[in-house]
Design a protein around this ligand. Structure first.
Ligand SMILES: [Fe+2]
Ligand SMILES: [Fe+2]
Length: 164
């Protein structure tokens, strides 16, 4: 690296300083989210292969699209974790599967519900320390997770209207 370049970098001022305790908590949370994104991607790929029957053809296509979305989310999270000063994990959370079609879809739906809950917590944590830009990235992800949940609820025949 040229001396001139190093000199230029000395002037760099990051846009925010996060209290170390808050930063550690947020990074631990984002790495947990990442482990579950990796797991969701694997689970969807496996379920898409194992689902069978004419009524599941459309669901199989959807599950493969979800797997691609979870891959994208993983990349958004790894970049965000690195940007905030952490090291993205290579650990993978638990995966679930079943020989039964409807059970697999229910496992996927439960995973989406849990992901939405974790992301809503993450948005609160990020906004509490003024990281509105990072919170926006998580908002973009959680909107996709909600759509995944809607797809799976429809596949399972769950109608929420009229429910208490
Ligand atoms: Fe995701
Ligand atoms: Fe999802």
């Amino acid at each position: 690296m040229a001396d001139e370049e190093r000199g230029d970098r000395a002037y760099l001022q990051p846009p925010y300083r996060i209290p170390p305790r808050d930063r550690d908590e947020i990074l631990a949370g984002l790495n947990l989210d990442l482990m579950w994104e990796y797991a969701a991607m694997i689970q969807y790929i496996q379920h898409a292969s194992m689902l069978t029957g004419p009524e599941y053809v459309a669901v199989i296509e959807e599950e493969l699209e979800h797997a691609q979305d979870e891959h994208e989310h993983s990349v958004i999270l790894t970049d965000l974790i690195q940007y905030l000063g952490g090291v993205p994990t290579v650990e993978v959370a638990e995966r679930a599967t079943s020989p039964d079609n409807a059970t697999m879809i229910a496992q996927d739906l439960q995973a989406e519900y849990e992901a939405i809950g974790r992301y809503l917590t993450r948005i609160q944590q990020l906004e509490a320390v003024g990281l509105y830009d990072s919170a926006q990235k998580i908002r973009n992800i959680v909107v996709v997770e909600q759509n995944h949940a809607i797809d799976l609820e429809k596949a399972l025949g769950i109608r929420r209207a009229g429910q208490p």
